[in-house]
Design a protein around this ligand. Structure first.
Ligand code: ATP
Ligand code: MG
Length: 630
């Protein structure tokens, strides 16, 4: 038995041998001639000379051993549909889709933009692209025309795959007019558009450009499309970051490194094994969906659940009823989603048979202790926080239970995953800091397999954005602020933008938020630093209360504000006390559930809130404005 420490140390010190071993987890058409080419840092080329294919590894490879086993389990509580595709059936559908794409002249290296709801055809399209060597760029179905148009212009797809409509809380959300509008706005419109008709909304086809998927599928029923063998470093996809901190960056992912990284992470981190079922509640529009709804589980020979719907319909027990029925062994969700459930009856967590489920993974934003405890106690299952970015494609920090069952620590996503040489650097002079000292979380180059290889079409932006914070060293900055304890556990304290300076004291907004959310009546809170003539900056909090009766009158409100401030005083000291605590019913978030802190800060400083194309609920900002002027 290797311990985690030995395992991780070897992944860094004996990097080439370590990854050469891991590379055996996938099929290669031609084996790599070298494990890593890092002759042009920070550009890392993994498994040089090896040729492989993601779709082959996700589907074809399993046909002989598990062709009749479930591969894709589709559940829609929006339409009531439920359908399981075996590996063989998935193989057939993906070949049809690949045939359609080839028929439209799409080939190796061409981009295909996928703007789709959570329906099986979206995964067919992704896997079909992978099969023929086309580069997919999935754009979250909730985005509107402007966000879509900027992504069209950046990726310049030859073809777009879309559908008539998505659905949210039982109401169709038509896509076609948004898509048409985006194509009109774009400088580089696609030649063809393939439309999946769900029969939910009008879908007028533009002659000469738009094609009906159902009709094309009929023409390609019996297609068998061979896999295109790509050199390991050839791009598999482009995915834009969430845009929490500004203009989204087109993350370019390779093929071989990504396949190997995901294949290792399934048993090592997510403890899911061939023949088992994985349930990830994310969306294919996000990196978590790419890695752990589509590629990761299938590469590992697992069935994956594709869920279209909210966590609340028909009631807040829906996910647990799915666990009872389909028996996933691992589940992956987000703290935001758990906070949504937390507003509902905890008895629903106990209503279903969850005996198949071993672990619940949560990622995407800081996991506060009350939320982690609530879900862990409610389900009676361990919660595994994990920390990563669109850029990295798989966890930087986690508890690798498949290697060693290290204990979890509340507030910490855990320890570095294989190949991640994670360090903390001083924000002031770029020097490395010791244990228990705050600084910027960074990764010593090269990034391990699976991570971004560059910014799509802009190598210079890749170097300038990520590799410039530590002088004379090739170090990737996460732009998150963190700390490592004496046992090697990391704690993420917030984004580097979120550090505020109050009268010379450097404070993390995350720490203040943690403190405020420990107050019994606070459901959620955001803290931002706001310019102040006297102190440089002060902290301002926006909080959502659990019991609105306690802030029903201006007097109660003031008293409650004082009460919240007292909590911070007693936990962090008066220096961290927010200058104001404003109460709202909703916080402005991106569609992926992340706080739009920059917009909050801008409003609090009387500035323009900036690019809001990724905001979930625009009215959230009206509440902030009202609270500020109150
Ligand atoms: P952009 O880079 O465009 O501003 P984004 O950073 O929100 O967008 P993502 O790549 O989706 O886009 O998010 C990664 C970030 O999410 C991390 O850098 C970190 O700030 C936060 N994050 C993810 N997981 C965790 C976690 N387990 N704990 C704390 N923070 C997390
Ligand atoms: Mg980011």
């Amino acid at each position: 038995m290797t311990t985690y420490k030995e395992f991780h140390a070897r992944s860094i010190a004996d990097r080439d041998a370590f990854w050469a071993e891991q590379a055996r987890l996938i099929d290669w058409h031609t084996p790599p001639t070298a494990t890593l080419d890092y002759s042009r840092p920070p550009f890392a080329k993994w498994f040089v000379g090896g040729t492989t294919n993601l779709c082959h590894n996700a589907i074809d490879r399993h046909l002989a051993t598990r062709g009749d086993q479930a591969a894709l389990i589709y559940i829609s509580t929006e339409t009531g549909e439920e359908k399981t595709y075996t590996f063989s059936q998935l193989y057939r559908e993906v070949n049809r889709f690949a045939g359609i794409l080839k028929g439209q002249g799409v080939g190796r290296g061409d981009r295909v933009l996928i703007y789709m709801p959570m329906i099986p055809e979206a995964t067919f399209a992704m896997l079909a692209c992978a099969r023929i060597g086309a580069i997919h760029s999935v754009v979250f179905g909730g985005f509107a025309s402007v966000s879509l148009a900027t992504r069209i212009d950046d990726a310049q797809p030859k073809l777009i795959v879309s559908a008539d409509a998505g659905s949210r809380a039982g109401k169709p959300v038509p896509y076609k007019h948004l898509l048409d509008e985006a194509i009109k706005l774009a400088q580089h419109p696609p030649q063809k558009v393939v439309m999946v008709n769900r029969g939910m909304a009008e879908m007028p086809l533009v002659a000469g450009r738009d094609l009906d998927y159902g009709r094309l599928r009929g023409e390609h029923m019996n297609d068998e499309v061979p896999c295109e063998w790509l050199e390991s470093s050839e791009p598999s996809y482009i995915l834009y970051t969430s845009g929490t901190t500004g203009k989204p960056k087109g993350v370019q992912r390779d093929t071989g490194g990504y396949a190997v990284a995901l294949a290792t992470s399934m048993p090592q981190i997510f403890c899911c094994h061939p023949g088992e079922t994985f349930f990830c509640t994310s969306d294919i529009g996000w990196v978590v969906g790419h890695s752990y709804i589509v590629y990761g589980p299938l590469l590992a020979g697992c069935a994956t659940i594709l869920y279209e719907g909210t966590p609340l319909r028909p009631d807040a027990g829906i996910w647990w009823s799915i666990v009872e029925k389909y028996k996933p062994t691992s589940m992956f969700s987000s703290p935001t989603a758990v906070r949504v459930l937390k507003k509902h009856d905890p008895a629903l967590l106990k209503k279903y048979d969850l005996s198949s489920l071993r672990l619940l993974f949560l990622a995407g934003e800081p996991l506060d202790e009350p939320t982690a405890r609530w879900i862990s106690d409610g389900l009676g299952k361990p919660i595994i926080d994990n920390y990563w970015q669109t850029e990295t494609g798989w966890p930087i920090l986690a508890i690798p239970r498949g290697i060693e069952a290290l204990e979890s620590r509340f507030g910490s996503p855990g320890v570095p995953s294989a190949g991640y040489d994670v360090r903390i650097f001083s924000e002031v002079d770029g020097s490395e800091v010791g244990n228990n000292q705050k600084g910027v979380v960074a990764i010593e180059g090269p990034l391990p397999p699976g991570c971004m290889t560059t910014v799509w079409g802009d190598d210079e932006r890749f170097v300038k954005t990520y590799w410039n914070s530590v002088p004379n060293r090739m170090v990737y900055s996460t732009f998150d602020w963190g700390i490592r304890d004496d046992d090697g556990y990391f704690f993420i304290l917030g984004r580097t933008d979120d550090v505020i300076n109050v009268a010379g004291h450097r404070l993390g907004t995350r720490e203040i938020e943690e403190s405020i959310s420990s107050h019994a009546n606070i459901a959620e809170v955001a803290v931002v630093g706001v310019a102040d003539q006297l102190k440089g900056q002060v902290a301002i909090a926006f909080a959502v209360v659990k019991d609105p009766a306690r802030i029903a009158t201006p007097e109660l409100r003031r008293a409650h504000e004082g009460d919240v401030m007292k909590t911070v005083d007693s936990q962090l000291g008066a220096v961290a006390r927010p200058a104001r605590v404003h109460f709202v019913t909703v916080l402005p978030k991106t569609r992926s559930g992340k706080l739009l802190r920059r917009s909050l800060q801008a409003l609090a400083e009387g500035r323009d809130p900036g690019d809001l194309t990724t905001i979930e609920d625009p009215t959230a900002l009206d509440q902030i404005r009202a609270a500020l002027s109150f």
